[in-house]
Ligand binder design. Structure first.
Ligand code: ACO
Length: 332
């Protein structure tokens, strides 16, 4: 039986217009541009007050369909990742499916926080390889301004809104070497509380008696230093495993596209794998941490700039709430 490969055939993204600069944040909390740039690498981010996650997802998805030159009715499945859903029912993907006219697509939401695009791409690859779908649209959309506490300087300087999207298509050509080559998805629930945000009010929690209902629990709370310690070992492990499974080494990699969370993790990747900084794509200076949207936002920007070339090997790696982490290797 012929091997089926999932080719990346299109990318899309959307960011809202409003630019939230470090100067504006200086007026909201006790912080300064120098601290933010030095510790996080972020100079500005976009937020879209009044916009919903599904609206941003539609814009990114539409651009990805155009880029892939695929009509909406050819999409077999829509996988939408978000940790900021507008509704629990209907699914956010339901709204996006309807707005994009994906008439015959199955549609599902997933939440793996900042690892959402990696998990969604992996699920897409599994459906395609199993022969259950031919063309899949992955959309990762986040309105993080809605879960950001703009009185907490430890988190409000980090997050922005965005959506990113990718179209994957089955290819059965024996001579085709491109497509998703491997993946490694993982989670470590022992660090679950390092990134905490309530969805529905928790009145009584037998495990966390100190956790009383509070409106503030809607906002994301983070133990930043603990997350950095976790990612310092988890992310290199995920990249290692994904490369091994693809039968490749770091020397074969043309681009690493990491979740845009903090500069330190980029430095760790560069040092551990001997990958030059120029091969690690960064746009967090302009968009901050946009959770699961950050990787496809990078891919679309790279595509627009003409940086993506046939045959290149790309490693995408994500990490975040759960704690979830993972990586996948893609040959263009
Ligand atoms: N401006 C000025 N000072 C600040 C700010 C700020 N915005 N934020 C914190 N500080 C202060 C702290 O109060 C503390 O002061 P103290 O020493 O007087 O107590 C000091 O700076 C150091 O604080 P730390 O929290 O230890 O700062 P750290 O060096 O860890 O940097 C940061 C904080 C940038 C948030 C870092 O922890 C980080 O990058 N964390 C990981 C984020 C991440 O990877 N998230 C991924 C997942 S996100 C998701 O899934 C949605």
């Amino acid at each position: 039986m012929a091997t089926i490969r999932s080719l990346l055939i299109g990318t899309g993204s959307y960011v809202p217009d409003f630019v939230l600069t470090n100067d504006i944040l200086e007026e909201l909390v006790d912080t300064n541009d120098e601290w933010i740039v030095k510790r996080t690498g972020i100079r500005e981010r976009r937020i879209g007050p009044g916009m919903t996650t599904w609206q941003m997802g539609v814009e990114a998805g539409r651009k990805a369909l155009q880029s892939a030159k695929v009509p909406p009715e050819e999409i077999d499945m829509l996988i939408l990742s978000t940790c900021t859903p507008d509704t629990y029912s209907p699914t956010v993907s339901g709204y996006v499916q309807e707005a994009l006219g994906l008439k015959k697509a199955a549609a599902v939401d997933i939440n793996a926080c900042c690892t959402g695009f990696c998990y969604a791409s992996d699920i897409a690859d599994c459906y395609i390889k199993a022969g259950k779908a031919k063309t899949i649209l992955v959309v990762s959309a986040e309105t993080l301004h809605r879960i950001t506490d703009y009185t907490d300087r430890g988190t409000c300087v980090l997050f922005g809104d965005a959506a990113g999207a990718a179209v994957y298509r089955a290819c059965e050509d024996e001579n085709e070497q491109s497509g998703i080559l491997s993946s490694f998805m993982a989670a470590d629930g022992s660090g679950a509380d390092y990134l905490y945000m309530e969805a529905l009010p928790v009145e009584e929690d037998p495990l966390h008696s100190d956790r009383k209902f509070s409106e503030k629990n809607r906002f994301l709370k983070m133990q930043g230093a603990a997350v950095v310690r976790f990612t310092a070992s988890a992310v290199p492990h995920a990249i290692d495993m994904a490369l091994q499974r693809a039968g490749l080494t770091a020397a074969d990699v043309d681009w690493v596209v990491p979740h845009q969370a903090n500069l330190r993790i980029l430095q760790i990747i560069a040092q551990k794998f001997g990958i030059p900084n120029e091969k690690i794509y960064v746009n967090m200076d302009r968009y901050g941490n946009t959770s699961s949207a950050s990787i496809p936002l990078c891919l679309d920007e790279m595509n627009d700039k003409g940086l993506l070339k046939k045959g290149q090997v790309i490693v995408c790696t994500g990490f975040g709430g759960g704690l979830t982490y993972g990586a996948f290797v893609l040959r263009l």
